[in-house]
Design a protein around this ligand. Structure first.
Ligand code: NAP
Length: 330
């Protein structure tokens, strides 16, 4: 049995999802020879530390009842720097302008020779190459499946399952909020504003939906694909971006009359990264509805491979994180 000491830095929807999945899958993990022992959990207010393994059930209850994970006045960065462990699961908020706390967290993890598994797009959309190089120099693993498409396994699909193929292009829907709004505008013949309000009521869109509806979130995910799959050195400022805020119900109806749906499609291929509304034929593999994400990968050997799945959600995103963890240590 291999024991891996881990920290969870950021204990919101995704961090808690990871804790729940670790509890739920403890036996399955042990059956494949992995004992993932969480020795520290940190949120913005404090930390829970136990070198023998934090009781995740208790930490989940404490977070939900008291609003914090523990009384240790250590920041996430101090946990990463000072506590002995192999793996940092980094799930702090995305900040695409500065990289947020995730950037120093990941850098410190690599400088201490720790592996990083993350769902946090910001640091990768800004400084992918620097992070990948520092990870390599320190012999650390760096995995980030959860940053693109939530539970939809696009990065590992390409890197592992499609290994040996040249990747010609990737295109797809990488933002579930936009897809939900466009799907509902079409179904209800309603305005963008009405369906944005509905998606906010349902908790699908954030109070400030700018990143999603202006296409910036999808652009960041394309940048991560561009850098990690196509070996580019791009940031989201290199992406040609158009969002969905100007789309009218009339234009959607005209498209429908001609057998099309309108989708916010992201596309990356050599020297091109763009996201914007596009006409997609009804019944086309990219014409998925609701909050679903989808990606079509065009390859030289396998032809086109299309994958669809849930792009967000606590447990869904934890699924991508756990699969990254297993792929490192199995
Ligand atoms: N939710 C999804 O479905 C989803 C899907 C894919 C990717 N992601 C990405 O995954 C990350 C986490 O998402 P989320 O939905 O879990 O966000 P969230 O619910 O806002 O949780 C963020 C957590 O980070 C903590 N935090 C903030 N500053 C910190 C600091 N300086 N040190 C330690 N912890 C700090 C927060 O602490 P407090 O609890 O004290 O506020 C909170 O626990 C984000 O980068 C997001 O973009 C999310």
């Amino acid at each position: 049995m291999k024991t891996i000491r881990a920290s969870i830095i950021g204990f919101g929807a995704v961090g808690q999802g990871v804790a729940e999945v670790l509890l739920q899958k403890d036996e399955n993990l042990k059956n494949i020879g992995l004992d993932i022992k969480v020795v520290a959990v940190a949120d913005s207010k404090g930390a829970a530390i136990d070198p023998n393994g934090v009781d995740l059930s208790k930490v989940l209850i404490k977070k939900r009842t008291e609003g914090t994970v523990g009384s240790e006045k250590l920041t996430g960065l101090e946990v990463i720097t000072n506590i002995d462990h192999e793996l940092v699961i980094e799930t702090t908020p995305t900040d695409i302008d500065t990289g947020g706390v995730g950037l120093p967290n990941m850098l410190a993890a690599f400088e201490h020779g720790r592996d990083v598994v993350t769902s946090n797009k910001g640091p990768l959309a800004l400084k992918y190459r620097e992070l990948a190089e520092i990870a390599k120099e320190n012999g650390s693993n760096f995995k980030f499946e959860a940053t693109v498409g939530g539970a939809m396994p696009i990065i590992n699909l390409i890197r592992d399952v499609l290994a040996g193929n040249d990747i010609i292009s990737i295109e797809g829907i990488l933002n579930g909020t936009c897809n939900y709004i466009l799907t509902r505008m079409m179904e209800e013949q309603a305005s963008y504003e009405q369906m944005l309000a509905e998606s906010q009521e349902l908790g699908i869109a954030e109070t400030d939906p700018t990143y999603d509806v202006e296409g910036i979130d999808a652009a960041c995910k394309l940048v991560i694909l561009a850098n990690s799959i196509f070996d580019m050195d791009a940031t989201y400022k290199n992406v040609d971006v158009t969002g969905i805020t100007k789309i009218t119900p009339e234009s959607l109806m005209l498209a429908q009359d001609d057998g099309f749906v309108v989708k916010l499609i992201g596309e990356v291929k050599k020297d091109l990264i763009r996201v914007g509304p596009r006409l997609v034929p009804v019944g086309h593999p990219l014409a998925v509805g609701g909050t679903l994400n989808v990606a079509s990968v065009q390859t030289d050997l396998a032809g086109t491979v299309t994958i669809t799945g849930r792009g967000a959600g606590s447990i869904e995103t934890a699924s991508a994180i756990i699969s990254d963890v297993i792929s490192i240590y199995r």
